[in-house]
Every structure is written in structure tokens, then in C-alpha cells.
Design a protein around this ligand. Structure first.
Ligand code: EPU
Length: 418
């Protein structure tokens, strides 16, 4: 069993290159199914979730090679239209394969994704939209069965701007006759990246980044090449780490506007942050002050995926910070583990009140989920003494060798086996 051994208390100083975005590469890999030919995807970070997506594509018949950060997916011969339970369980977001399998094969059979560590994770918006496009959808014995002999484009109004549902509809709509409009679409940058890939395979899509996306069904071409956008949540994670550890870090290869809310809140807390075209520098010379209330919201609001990491920094702030988690039901699970390190956090439903303390102390803690795990690493790096962080397979789902990035900044963190 791997764990991180962290000796806290060192300042983080140096530069980090930000990797390709996990939440962008996953839908783009799913979208390669739409393009029966060679899809060359650059900047694919080595992550457990990316490995799981590759396994699903191989199971469906794609031939895939990896050279460094480039994945080449040849989806000329698709031989199956199902994703078995064992593969669905590896990655909850595998439901993103539903739309493209349906579009490519006219039918799809996936086991239901079920809940996860963040709460129940329903997929009603995905399924309702596919039904509206003309698919027949049934759920039987833990499996979703979809058939679409003649899907017709139409207007789909989302009651909530779900990221995954927006992506699934965009992908399914490429196989519809006529035009589909997604109204109240999610506006996350990863959706723009998906649109950029779809344009490269010849799909007719516009509007990503705004609340209304239009897709005109039609054929795709055969070879496409795309570079995945930088991971805004990885960047936000290192900003929070710098704020907690009084660091001075430069983040390279990022798009600062994607993390504008994180930059703004950390600046309000006293960090000195400068942005350039592809780069952000943060200097946090003193203990940060309490943050303004943090409300997670769909983009362009404050991202739920950075809430836990910011909470780790708030644990050390001067004063009290209130967090309100509006996206997922169960995203404060890191709080209990942070309290083992001396944090003062009270959780009540979707609200957490964090009373900052001068010092955290090292402890043995367990990652509860991906971003909660990232928060524990930040707290351990800032704490006095040694920590052991267990269940780091959660972290490996979304960060490539996180320990190397922190070590390069002077942090004392080692991956060990027990
Ligand atoms: N929801 C429904 N019904 C649906 C779909 C969503 O009620 O049919 C609810 C969810 O239960 C949740 C909320 O809507 O409460 C938001 O879900 P959304 O569909 O927007 O999220 P997602 O597509 O499942 C993606 C990211 C998440 C990120 C969220 C929100 C990927 C692979 N995952 O999930 O990333 O938190 O958007 O921004 O893109 C992470 O990286 O740590 C992570 C969890």
C-alpha cells in the first residue's frame, strides 16, 4: 500500500509546469469514438482516470498507443457497444461514453455508475436529454440500455448546467439529423476544449463557453490532432499550497482567466498574485487572512474542485472563513481528517465554518476523495512535524506524480510503500 510521507514546514519556492486537464482529456477521449480514424491527442497527463478511459476505448475496439504525453486513438473498428461494470466502477465519469457510443453504434449498454465518494451522482439529465433526442432508454438489472435508430436534433433545456450532461448531449447530437440546441449549458472551459476537438474532427458545433450550444449533426473526417488545455484545478491546487505554506511559486503553461475566482479570493486573503499570458506567480509572505465567504458555483463561479484545497489554506488563516458547497452533497469529507491535524472546522450540511489556527501538526490521515486528498497534502506540507497520508490512489486519479511537483518546489514529500 502506497502512502505519502510528508515533513511539513518548508516554504514552497520555484516553478511548476501545469499538465493537461483531466476533465478535458476524458470527454475528448470519449469523443474519439465519433471519428472513425486516427485521433492524435497531445498533453494527455498520466493519470489513473486516463488509464481507465483508455481501457474502455480498447474494450470497444480502439487501437491506442502512448508516446510520452501523446495518445493516438485509432477508432476505425469499433467491435462492441457496451461498457462492463468492472470498467464503469473504475471511473464514475465513464458515463461520458454513453453519448458517443450511442452516436457511433446506434445502441449502447453501460452499467449504471451509481454513487461515489461525493454523493449519489444521478444521471437523470443525461438520460432525459438522450430520450428527447429520440433514443429509447431503459434501466434494467443495473444496466442502462440505449437504442437510437433515428435521432433527431431538438432544443434541450437543462434544469441545471451539468458538465457531464452538456458534454454527453454535444457528443450524441453529432449523430442526430438536424440541429440540437443545448439551453442552460455548462460553461466550463473543458467544454470549450471539447468543442475545439469536435471542430477538428469536422463536427459542426458552436457556442461552448456560453449558455447556449448548437450542434448540427453530420459526418466527421478521418484524422484529427488536438492538444488538451491546461488543468485549471491542478493550478488552483498549487496556488492554495503556496498560500498555506508561505510560498513563492510560478505556475507555467496555464490560462489565468480559467482560475480568476481562485486568484481573486487568494488576493483578498493577502497573497500577492501576478498574471501573465500563460503564467501566474504567487507570493505569500505572511499568514493569510480569513477568506471572503466561499460559495462553489458552476463556472465562472468558484469551482467545487478547488474547495477542499482552499479549505486547507483557510485552516491556517487569521480569522474565520465560511464555505458553502452548492454542487456536491458530500464534499466536506476532508474536514474530519484536517481536524486530526489540529484544524478547527464545523460542518453543518452544505456549510463549513473554518476557524483559522496558527499551526497545524502532522498526523496520519486518509484521503477521502481526489480533491480532499490534495487538501490533506497541502495541510501536511504546511504543518509542523511529520504526516502520513494514506489512500493516495484517490490523488493519482487526478494528479500525475504530485510528490514530484512538490519536491521540485522544496517540499519534503515521498511516496512510500507499507
Ligand atoms: N447532476 C444531477 N443529474 C445529472 C447530472 C448531474 O443531478 O444528470 C448533479 C450532480 O449530482 C451534481 C451536480 O449536478 O450535484 C454537478 O454535476 P455535473 O454533471 O456538473 O458534474 P460531472 O460532470 O459529474 C464534472 C467533473 C467534476 C466536477 C464537476 C463540476 C469530470 C470528469 N468531472 O463532473 O470533477 O466537480 O463537473 O464542475 O469532468 C474532480 O475533478 O474532482 C471532479 C469531481
Amino acid at each position: 500500500m502506497s502512502y505519502f510521507a510528508v515533513k511539513g514546514g518548508t516554504k514552497l519556492i520555484g516553478s511548476v509546469n501545469i499538465n493537461g486537464a483531466k476533465n478535458s482529456v476524458l470527454p475528448i477521449l470519449a469523443a474519439t469514438l465519433l471519428n472513425a480514424g486516427e485521433n492524435v491527442i497531445h498533453n494527455c497527463t498520466e493519470l489513473r482516470d486516463v488509464d481507465s478511459a483508455v481501457k474502455i476505448l480498447r474494450h470497444l475496439g480502439c487501437r491506442i498507443t502512448r508516446q510520452g504525453k501523446t495518445l493516438t486513438v485509432d477508432s476505425s473498428n469499433i467491435i462492441r457497444c457496451d461498457v462492463p461494470e468492472s470498467l464503469m466502477r473504475e471511473m464514475r465519469s465513464s458515463v461520458i461514453f454513453l453519448g458517443p457510443i450511442l452516436a457511433r453504434c446506434g445502441q449502447a449498454r453501460l452499467s449504471t455508475p451509481g454513487g461515489c465518494e461525493l454523493g449519489p451522482r444521478p444521471i437523470d439529465l443525461h438520460l432525459d436529454a438522450l430520450r428527447k433526442l429520440g433514443a429509447t432508454v431503459s434501466i434494467d438489472g443495473g444496466e442502462i440500455l440505449c437504442r437510437a435508430d433515428n435521432m433527431q436534433g431538438r432544443d434541450i433545456v437543462l434544469s441545471f448546467p451539468s458538465v457531464g450532461a452538456t458534454e454527453n448531449i454535444m457528443l450524441a447530437a453529432t449523430a442526430c439529423t438536424g440541429a440540437t440546441r443545448i439551453i442552460n449549458a455548462a460553461r466550463e472551459p473543458e467544454i470549450e476544449d471539447l468543442q475545439n476537438f469536435l471542430l477538428k474532427i469536422g463536427a459542426n458545433v458552436c457556442g461552448a463557453g456560453r449558455s447556449e450550444i448548437s450542434v448540427q449533426g453530420g459526418k466527421t473526417r478521418c484524422r484529427a490532432e488536438h492538444t488538451v488545455m491546461p488543468d485549471r484545478i491542478e493550478a488552483a491546487t498549487y496556488l492554495c499550497a503556496a498560500a498555506a505554506c508561505r510560498g513563492h511559486i510560478e505556475l507555467r503553461d496555464i490560462r489565468p482567466r480559467h482560475i480568476a475566482t481562485v486568484i481573486s479570493i487568494l488576493s483578498d486573503a493577502g497573497c500577492d498574485i501576478k498574471t501573465d499570458t500563460n503564467c501566474v506567480t504567487i507570493k505569500s509572505a505572511r499568514r493569510i487572512s480569513a477568506l471572503p465567504p466561499v460559495q462553489t458555483m458552476p463556472y465562472p463561479g468558484f469551482p467545487t474542485d478547488a474547495q477542499s484545497q482552499l479549505m486547507a489554506a483557510a485552516c491556517l488563516a487569521e480569522g474565520t472563513t465560511v464555505f458553502c458547497e452548492n454542487i456536491f452533497e458530500n464534499r466536506f469529507r476532508q474536514a474530519g481528517e484536517l481536524c486530526r491535524m489540529g484544524a478547527r472546522i464545523k460542518v453543518s450540511g452544505r456549510t463549513a465554518v473554518v476557524e483559522g489556527t496558527k499551526q497545524l501538526s502532522g498526523a496520519s490521515v486518509r484521503c477521502t476523495d481526489l480533491r480532499g486528498g490534495a487538501a490533506l497534502v497541502i495541510a501536511a506540507l504546511a504543518a509542523t512535524g511529520e504526516s502520513r497520508i494514506y489512500d493516495i490512489e484517490h490523488i493519482d486519479r487526478g494528479y500525475e506524480s504530485m510528490e514530484n511537483a512538490y519536491s521540485s518546489l522544496g517540499g519534503s514529500i515521498k511516496r512510500k510503500e507499507e
